[in-house]
Design a protein around this ligand. Sequence first.
Ligand SMILES: [Zn+2]
Length: 909
Amino acid sequence: MEKKKHIHIISHTHWDREWYLPYEKHHVLLVKLVDQLLETLDRDEHFRSFHLDGQTIILDDYLQVRPEMREKLQKYIKDGRIQIGPWYILQDEFLTSSEANIRNLQYGMKDALQWGGISKVGYFPDSFGNMGQAPQILKQAGIEAAVFGRGVKPTGFNNMVSDVDMYESPYSEMFWRSPDGSAVLGVLFANWYCNGIEIPADKEEAAVYWEQKIAALEKYASTNHYLMMNGCDHQPIQTNLSKAIQTAEQLYPDIQFVHSNFNDYLAELMTTLPKDLKYIDGELRSQQTDGWGTLVNTASARIYLKQMNQRGQVLLEKVAEPLATFAYMTGEEYPHHLFTYAWKTLMQNHPHDSICGCSVDEVHREMETRFEKSKHVAEMIVDEKLTQISDKIDTTGFAPFGAEAVPFTVFNTTGWERTGVVSVTVDVKSEYFSEGVNKEALKSFPLNDRELVDQDGNVIPFTMEDLGIAFDYDLPNDRFRQPYMARRVQLSFEAHAVPALGYKTYAFVKKETTLPETESLIVNDREAENEFLHVKIEENGSLTVTDKTMNRIFTDLLIYEDSGDIGNEYMYKQPDGEEPLTTKNSKAKVHILKDSPFEAALEIIHEWELPRGANELLAQEQKEVIPFMNRKAQRVEETVPFKIKTVLTIEKNSKGITVSTTFNNQAKDHRLRALFPTNVETSVHYADSIFEIAKRNHVPADEWTNPSNCQHQQAFVSVCNQSEGLTIANLGLNEYEVLQDGRNTIALTLLRAVGELGDWGYFPTPEAQCLGEHTVTFRIYPHTGDCIETNAYQDAYQFQIPWVAKQTGIHEGTLPTIHSFIEWNAEHLSLSSVKIAEGSGDIMVRWFNAANQEDQLTIHSGGREQCYRSNVIEENVEMLPLNENGNWQVPVQPYEIITVGLERKEYHQ
Ligand SMILES: [Zn+2]
């Protein structure tokens, strides 16, 4: 007889690899847990399956200590009794880049398939909110469902599907839809992922347990298939589960109990879905809540980690991978093995408790080492690829300048042509130890008879810093190391119109001409300007910026604000009744740092004082585990010096102002922000997120009671309307707020200093006070109109990516002195990634459409024969026809993530 109710029990453990304990302490427990799992599977054939938390890295962690268990693990995975994947790690979706989210899925799926099985569910049990493009990413990877624990608030069962609130669903089941229209079945862990924890085997206990549990399940479920998650954070295996299930079967003969897994549960669930399931759209950020439990301020916990992560991600995905692809196109090998290692090492820092900065100090110390390790591998790849490409460039055009000409190449790895100031280190003369070094001759080597020329021989204005004599060495592939001494200089100049995904060649040569008198961007010691902008530094150090193209003045930009923070690594809490301090009434010193024809830099000094920290009540409240919302601590009167050095840089042909702020933090329990009043009339703003520029309301929902409404961002936040806007871009500063102060002020968090982890107990974290010196970098970019329609986001995306350059010699070569390796164009697409697919050897290029309108992607064939539409897991979806102009054209839907494969055969046989 078919039973009416089905309870699917999925055994699992949610494994935070590091959190309230350092990695190795959780690791020891993990080894115990997996031992216990394997024993249970050996002993009890009725213990049908176990869900290994959706992250394949746990297998590596276990085998590190128990390599002899590989075969046994493999067998149980192949038999479906251990369910693994699809992720490599359980990431924080908002604090890792678009590409990092994709690579996490790519590497996780690859590992899972190699092991012999994959749990096909977008598994986000503990994510602190969910990215809006997740359904599209999952769909492209062939995954039709997602489960998550946060972001949506069910209203409780009332037999009615409410259409009132965007992010509400009356059921735990719903359709979750990306802005492009892709939807997956979404299941909210309405009673959390512990709702089936520790099921009693004893009949009396079980009767009480099940009565309560079944009522809770029925409250939210839309079908008679109920999900019981048998496990919790670091939960040991319930070794008597099959006995507990027998007890349940005896108590409820009309209910079918299944020891299940996600693949089976979802397949059954999908056949019984009611017609009135609701669609929920885009980002799931718990906006329909009181705002105290969103964990959003992890975006500003330990900002130094976010900065390291931004640099590590960009170096891998936006510099090393494109350069390795270009080199591959010239016949060089693509180091898949090194990229896998560097990415996996970086992604070990991406679990939600790691990158969120909400663990104990030991965890975050180890993260710094991992960031370094990943970066060092990427730097080795970058250097090798720069050399391989530069060696193939025909630089003989510089030969007429004589033997002392020093050619070098400037690379633009961004998706758009680029103009900007570049600093390049050049050795004007080198002497190898093996051939004898004359240090005095190097020291007196003449530098002032030189000039800078581009590939056409045009003389380029530059500034030079003499770095003196420097020791360095080559590490040849076929010989012992070659140390040398060099006379080294650093040249700065404006690289103009360097092709997208390409390079331009310059040379430092003997002077033949005299440059006309130099221009300057400095107006006076408090003002600078270029064709597009005028900036004035006011008495208090704030900026008055005039956008000359629209004749619009922005005032009071860059006032610093500091408030107390008696919260924890997860959440910000300002002391009751406190007024934030600001630099509004301060006096700032200003002086000129740089004044060249292509660049001006001004330094602003604020000598500020901040309260030393919170009073003793905070320590007491922390020890007594008083919830942070209920704390009464205040900041002390006593102050410590807080000197802020702000450097503004304005380039000749740039529409933005780059700001670099340095301070030595000796104050505790506080938050520092920079304020940018926009005075732009609008009720919504845009925040860069994962493959989307998310539109968000300034004002939260009625339920929201937290006075703070901070949000996540990636590269930028923009307040704009159809005629004007202000975009604030950043490097690794993931938190902003748009203030309801009548001026639509963007507040950018620069530092958050707290002393405890928070969550379920008292875990002191003195290093989360972030004492010491910090430098934060951001960019002020005024513009006309909407940030998407006017492509204002392009400046913010290019700002993320460093220029790279390589000195070379005068030699013949197959590559021209100026070149683009992959030429493309479209209206509103942003390039996300250029790499080689490991399986096929094809070039994979990915973009996303930020706009709500169809776009046309044109890719120049460059003599290539085959091109196909791919997906996020690099499969060939459909071949694309070549048009009569020798181009491929691909229609791209609004908000679509588009990956294209260019066939390999031209480069490698
Ligand atoms: Zn977790």
